[in-house]
Write a protein that binds this ligand. Structure first.
Ligand code: DLL
Length: 443
């Protein structure tokens, strides 16, 4: 394997040994439980109901490994206690609010103290260093600024590291390209689907590619396959890294790839991960795939205990060549609520994407439609063949759609209808891409 240059932001913590990490996690977990008991709100009541009757019981938690005895928290708890019911700090100590869309129309609110923002910025600085990004880089930040955690999360991390940051936010594509050329951005931050959209625009509008200095990108906020990574790397001529996070737990920076890109390191000194069977809640072993559950260990305003992320992945503790000792998680396969169940088979859009994006003759966009036919659930995959293929005659298109249908059958055992549409028909996303259109009749 190629030996790469390794950079850390906080080497001592990022390469901490297993026993020291366990002690740190246990101390931080106890501190977090103390905060929750002091706040005396919804979370405390939940713990009391689950048998952790008082702070003394909480302090009896001997190791972070005992976490399995504590109850789960989920999005619905945040919705039911909207807006501040899960805060553990007084509002006067909260210096920032972010929000993400909830399930019932009410947003999910996340609060941050001054300390939370400091830690978040440091964790983001770790992310940049792990990808080999440094002080001399110029970052074009095309994540949305505002209630979404992407924009400001990246912004504060970039400032912490000391790189030059261009706070572009999403959209205004023409201006994005102008700034990219004139300021000479070396790194790009946005969702993978927006990176693709930008690459299409660059290919259309920038004749002299030598004017671009982009060399890396950090992309996340939505599931994306390794095939999409290759497509982005090729079309933008950059090195692309994955980053994971969620508003409830902090925002971007919960987990990130290092230069070896063999899974995402979880910032384990700050977040305690578990994988559970989403149906039974049973805790699974390393290497087994299930739902990621996270306990915050170092948050003031809104620490959460055993938060069910709904994201599907698995953990590995094998040594990473970068020297970081933090556990790694696989690229997220999808969300439990994006999982399509067809004829008893569980399918994630990322699996379908991994087949489609191997075809250079297709534009890297797609939409999965679910519909009902004769009382049976069916799947229609809408694809966009490139201009020369689409206009190249029916037999060529049929050959491709048949082949794709066959490959999808081989991978997931489901016969999908494949519908080609003219180039530029499907919506390009500037934020998180919508991959599924569920037209099934609900009974
Ligand atoms: O998406 C935070 C973020 C911003 C992460 C920028 C990375 C970059 P939310 O809007 O609350 O927060 O959405 C969180 O997005 O539970 C996952 O389902 C999904 N998600 C986030 N990152 C990834 C990723 C931000 N790298 C939800 N791969 C999470 C797959 C991701 N899914």
């Amino acid at each position: 394997m190629k030996i790469m240059e390794i950079k850390y932001f906080e080497k001592k913590l990022e390469t901490i040994d297993a026993s020291e990490l366990k002690t740190l996690q246990t101390d931080r977990l106890k501190k977090t439980l103390k905060q929750i008991f002091t706040a005396d709100g919804f979370l405390k009541n939940k713990l009391v109901k689950a048998g952790v009757k008082n702070l003394k019981d909480a302090e009896n938690i001997k190791t972070a490994g005992d976490i399995g005895n504590l109850p789960f928290t989920s999005k619905i708890d945040l919705v039911n206690n909207y807006p501040f019911g899960l805060f553990s700090s007084p509002l006067s100590d909260v210096i920032r609010i972010h929000a993400s869309s909830g399930t019932t129309g009410k947003p999910i609110i996340a609060g941050y103290t001054k300390y939370d923002i400091k830690i978040w910025s440091e964790l983001m600085a770790r992310v940049f260093c792990a990808a080999g990004i440094g002080k001399n880089d110029i970052g074009q930040n095309a994540y949305g600024y505002g209630l979404f955690t992407g924009g400001l999360g990246f912004h504060y991390g970039a400032e912490k590291l000391g790189m030059t940051i261009i706070p572009m936010s999403t959209g205004f594509t023409e201006r994005q390209l102008t700034m990219m050329q004139d300021i000479g951005a070396t790194v790009l931050f946005c969702t993978p689907s927006y990176a693709l959209f930008l690459s299409e625009e660059i290919n259309k509008n920038i004749r002299d590619r030598s004017k671009l200095r982009l060399k890396k990108g950090i992309f996340g906020a939505e599931p994306w396959s390794d095939e999409l990574r290759k497509t982005i790397e090729k079309s933008l001529n950059i090195d692309a890294y994955d980053i994971y996070g969620l508003s409830e737990i902090m925002g971007p920076g919960v987990a990130f790839e290092c230069v070896y890109k063999n899974g995402l390191h979880i910032n384990e000194d700050n977040f305690l991960p578990e994988i559970i069977n989403p149906k039974t809640g049973e805790v699974l072993k390393d290497g087994e795939t299930g739902e990621l559950v996270i306990t915050s260990l170092n948050r003031e305003a809104m620490p959460l205990i055993r938060f069910r992320t709904k994201d599907i992945t698995k953990l590995t503790r094998e040594k990473c060549l970068c020297g970081r000792t933090f556990v790694r998680m696989d690229k997220i396969k999808g969300r439990t609520d994006d999982m399509i169940i067809l004829k008893g088979v569980n399918v994630f859009p990322s699996q379908i994407e991994s087949v489609l994006f191997r075809y250079e003759c297709l534009e890297p966009v797609y939409l999965i439609e679910l519909y009902t036919d004769n009382l049976l659930d069916r799947i229609n995959i809408i694809i966009e063949p490139k201009e020369e293929i689409f206009n190249g005659g029916e037999s060529k298109i049929n050959e491709i759609t048949n082949e794709i249908s066959h490959k999808i059958y081989e991978l997931i055992g489901i016969r999908a209808k494949i519908t080609p549409v003219p180039p530029k028909t499907l919506e390009r996303s500037q934020g998180k891409a919508k991959r599924i259109n569920d037209l099934r009749k609900k009974i």
